[in-house]
Write a protein that binds this ligand. Structure first.
Ligand SMILES: C[S@@+](CC[C@H](N)C(=O)[O-])C[C@H]1O[C@@H](n2cnc3c(N)ncnc32)[C@H](O)[C@@H]1O
Length: 262
């Protein structure tokens, strides 16, 4: 582990829980289908390569690699280990998405839940600047925050269980997520995760506390357009109240025929 790696249990010593939480072929497949359609609708170039910033355990990559040659970037080596296991033919790079400089441009960029770890407008802009620099002219970025100030649900609590299809018989895991905003006047909220891990019936309770970013819709639009993007906002799927920003880098290659219908 390097000094810059996250200290959350979920992305370090408990990264092995990630494959148990959420189904690659279910919610991730559905979301990636939406991403694929939006990218094709808005791009001004043909789409062959995709950069997934904050790719985590590679569940999105597992779906997007059907359509694109995917490169994943994540700061956590433990999460990248799982991404590589799931996607042995894709490329993965350990780096900070605020600062990474890959010697390559891509036709498309996806950033989804990882953007929530940006807790200041400066960091938000650094990630979008990174994405812009790695996009070819006419390329498209889809970025999707978990929450906006306008859609945040105070004290929202969700409980989910480890997917039984991936789980050994001796193991049970319950995930409890709670989001709380102690100061509605700043750009952050508190995300608490509690993991109830039962191995051979013996209970272990582990907690992760995160400070996460929470920005207004206006800040999102201003920051994205300030980084050079033409911005289109649409609604999410599983949570229609959550926005999806589809952002196009100016420029158009010749012979472009890729614009599809949604
Ligand atoms: C919820 S996981 C992403 C899971 C992913 N959507 C998938 O398909 O499996 C969030 C990821 O954001 C990563 N992350 C947080 N801050 C980061 C940063 N500054 N640069 C790169 N990755 C970061 C974490 O290491 C973590 O793997």
């Amino acid at each position: 582990m390097t000094a810059d790696e996250p200290t959350l249990h979920l992305y370090s010593d408990l990264a092995w829980l990630w494959p148990l939480w959420g189904d690659v072929d279910g919610e991730y497949a559905e979301w990636c289908g939406v991403v694929h359609r939006l990218m094709h609708h808005h791009a001004r170039r043909e789409l062959h390569t995709l950069l997934n910033l904050g790719c985590g355990g590679g569940k999105n990559v597992a779906n997007l690699k059907q359509h694109y040659a995917v490169t994943g970037v994540d700061i956590s080596s433990a999460m990248l280990d799982f991404a590589r296991q799931l996607n042995p033919t894709s490329s993965f790079i350990q780096a900070d998405m605020r600062t990474c400089q890959l010697a390559q441009t891509f036709d498309a960029v996806l950033i989804d839940d990882a953007i929530t770890y940006m807790t200041s407008r400066t960091d938000l802009a650094r990630v979008f600047t990174t994405a812009y620099a790695h996009l070819a002219p006419g390329g498209v970025m889809v970025v999707s925050p978990d929450y906006l100030v306008e859609t945040f649900q105070p004290n929202e609590t969700r409980v989910s269980h480890a997917a039984s299809v991936h789980k050994p018989a001796h193991l049970d895991v319950v995930f409890i997520e709670n989001n709380y905003d102690p100061n509605p006047h700043d750009d952050t909220f508190a995300g608490t995760m509690i993991y109830l891990i039962r191995e051979h019936g013996v209970l272990r309770v582990v907690q992760d506390n995160s400070t996460l970013g929470l920005f207004t819709r206006a800040v999102w639009h201003d920051t994205l357009s300030g980084c050079g993007f033409a911005v289109h906002e649409t609604a999410g799927i599983a949570h229609p109240e959550h926005p999806v920003f589809v952002c196009v880098k100016a420029g158009e290659i010749e012979n472009h025929h890729a614009c599809g219908t949604l």
